[in-house]
Write a protein that binds this ligand. Structure first.
Ligand code: G6P
Length: 586
């Protein structure tokens, strides 16, 4: 989703900003722009496309000045056009802003400002911020007062950074992240630590309803009541610096390959929280689990684990659907929120609804500095390092691992979870990609693929189909095996491929029967199993493991298949079209 970066210091700002934007590309975007302050004026350059493409044409990094702001935009209000790209200058051109989030009352504000003579060029909600700042600045001639007056009028969720014609930077946040970096020769403001981590690991996390003013005499933070705020400088983990592809062609492949190491690491830095969470869950009156996308698929797996091993009922609910189920939560309800980023707006909204009803929140999250962590009673870290590829891979298996750990604790170690064995099995799957690459070549020209699984393997089938959709743009659908004859069988013919998630457990023979029924209609069968069968046109072998942990390992070959099929189709596996890594708008 959109990214913000700003810099004020001794070095030329534009190259630093462009590099920062490049680093945050993984968040997903469609246009890019930079504004700098130079020779008492604000210069703006922007365009549609990837950072390097736009930079080649618009020479963003050649803008002069040592103060500037930059942005990658993921369109919400207004189409993908150069005019709608950020930064947006005020109509007088004395202030320019970049913005993440949504200004809900932009239409009213725009009308009022237009009546006062301020002009608008774009169709965005964001442009009201620059003109509103300009309006207040014209009145009070003081940046702090202008920012305060502006935030008191804006409604919605936002983070914005502004550069003023005197070379001052200002930035404010309301429910959207904003982080300040304190470098040796300059200050940074960004929506993501990755935007500046190569320059400094010393940061200040702005709290909600705070703003910062940075100029050559230093940095000042205030809350929305104008009170000065003192923040401690924290050091971000050096792991952020690992967010490079290394020898891998893509982040997605790197992250798939890291799973033998990330799985045993899940929750290790938050052992105490794991114990506490287990206790909370045991004493919950009613128990819910929520997430979006991949995280929701992990929530579905939890339903099976909790009922089978812990004998506890847990209700999974898609985060964006929570608002339509009023009165779901009560005092002593527990909501487990799953999120890699901890910033998905749908998840945060679900959590707020649950909290308002008196529920307690346990979050299972990778970004321990995220908004979700701030909203939770207990947060358990996935601890799997930055995940840059838009399609979640290692965070999914880490989420499963944490859920297994909780369940295993509750049932007195009845699963006997052996993460080293799980990790060894995944290493085996990853040791030879050739078979999967061969199947990927077959998928190049197909338009539909189905993934079938029964019981706990059905959510894995859904996750597998999500990976295929995201990475290859092939229509993919996860099916519960038993439902085949209730409709989907009508779709099976010789143009169809079906992946069977079929480990040798209690679901095995029923799933094999489904495979035969599908094969009889001419479809091609890809079997993911530890047991070979003649019914499979392609057999992807997985190691035999304890029945309970098949779900953690069986998703890995499909992650690889989706990755290689994306290469065959010439799509970008790290940055699928139209998608964003962390969807911070509803
Ligand atoms: C976006 C991403 C998905 C991800 C989902 C939830 O839609 O494209 O890959 O699964 O958000 O993200 P979260 O960070 O909350 O787990």
């Amino acid at each position: 989703m959109c990214s913000i970066i700003a810099y004020l210091g001794l070095s030329p700002a534009a190259p630093i900003i462009v590099k920062g934007l490049k680093r945050m590309e993984y968040r997903g975007y469609d246009s890019v722009g930079v504004a700098t302050f130079s020779n008492n004026q604000i210069l703006v350059r922007k365009g549609v496309g990837k950072v390097l493409e736009v930079n080649k044409i618009a020479k963003l990094d050649e803008l002069s000045g040592t103060v500037g702001i930059g942005h990658t935009r993921w369109a919400t209000h207004g189409g993908v056009t150069e005019t709608n790209a950020h930064p947006h200058p005020s109509s007088a051109g004395e202030i320019a802003i970049v913005h993440n989030g949504i200004i809900q009352n932009h239409e009213e504000l725009k009308k009022e400002l237009q009546q006062k003579g301020y002009m608008f060029k774009s169709q965005t909600d964001s442009e009201v911020i620059s003109n509103l700042l300009q309006y207040h600045y014209d009145k009070v001639k003081e940046i702090k007062k202008a920012v305060l007056a502006t935030v008191s009028e804006l409604k919605g969720d936002y983070a914005f950074a502004a550069v003023f014609e005197d070379g001052t930077l200002a930035a404010a946040r309301l429910h959207e992240p904003l982080i300040i970096g304190i470098g040796k020769d300059g200050y940074f403001i960004s929506s993501d630590v990755l935007g500046f981590v190569e320059h400094t690991d010393e940061v200040i996390y702005l709290d909600n309803k705070e703003f910062v003013i940075i100029n050559n005499s230093g940095i000042k933070v205030f809350d929305f009541d104008a009170k000065p705020v003192q923040h401690k400088i924290t050091k971000v983990s050096k792991e952020f610096a690992d967010a490079y592809k290394g020898d891998y062609a893509h982040f997605t492949l790197k992250e798939i390959s890291e799973q033998p190491a990330t799985i045993p690491n899940a929750s290790n830095s938050t052992r105490l929280e794991l114990d506490l969470a287990t206790d909370f869950v045991k004493h919950a009156k009613t128990l819910y689990i929520t997430g979006s996308g991949t995280s929701y698929n992990a929530a579905l797996i939890a339903k099976f684990l909790f009922s089978k091993y812990a004998k506890i009922k847990i209700e999974p609910i898609i985060s964006s659907e929570v608002q339509f189920s009023p009165n779901m939560f009560e005092q002593q309800s527990i909501l487990i929120a799953l999120s890699q980023s901890g910033e998905s707006a749908d998840v945060l909204e679900a959590v707020k609804i649950a909290k308002d009803a008196g529920a307690k929140i346990i979050s299972i999250v990778n970004m321990m500095t995220s908004s979700l962590v701030h909203l939770s009673s207990i947060s358990i870290g996935l601890n799997c390092g930055p995940e840059i590829g838009v399609a979640a891979t290692k965070s999914f298996t880490s989420q499963l691992t944490v859920l297994y750990k909780i369940v295993d604790k509750i049932c007195g170690n009845c699963i006997g979870l052996d993460l080293n064995k799980v990790s060894e099995s995944i290493t085996k799957i990853l040791s030879d990609h050739s078979g999967i690459q061969e199947i990927a070549r077959k998928l190049k020209d197909i338009s539909d693929i189905y993934v079938l699984g029964r019981g706990i393997h059905y959510p894995i089938a859904s996750e597998a189909s999500l990976k295929l959709k995201e990475l290859t743009y092939i229509h993919a659908e996860g099916l519960p095996g038993g439902e085949l004859k209730h409709g989907p069988l009508a779709l099976m013919d010789s143009n169809t491929y079906v992946i069977m998630i079929n480990p040798n457990d209690s679901t095995y023979s029923d799933t094999l029967t489904s495979a035969q029924e599908i094969k009889a209609r001419g479809a091609k069968i890809i079997g993911i199993s530890d047991k070979p069968s003649d019914v499979y046109d392609y057999w992807v072998e997985i190691p035999q493991v304890d029945e309970s942990v098949y779900p953690i390992i069986e998703i890995v070959p499909v992650q690889l298949l989706a990755y290689y099929a994306a290469l065959e189709k010439d799509t970008d596996p790290d940055y699928p079209r139209n998608l964003a890594k962390s969807v911070t708008v509803k």
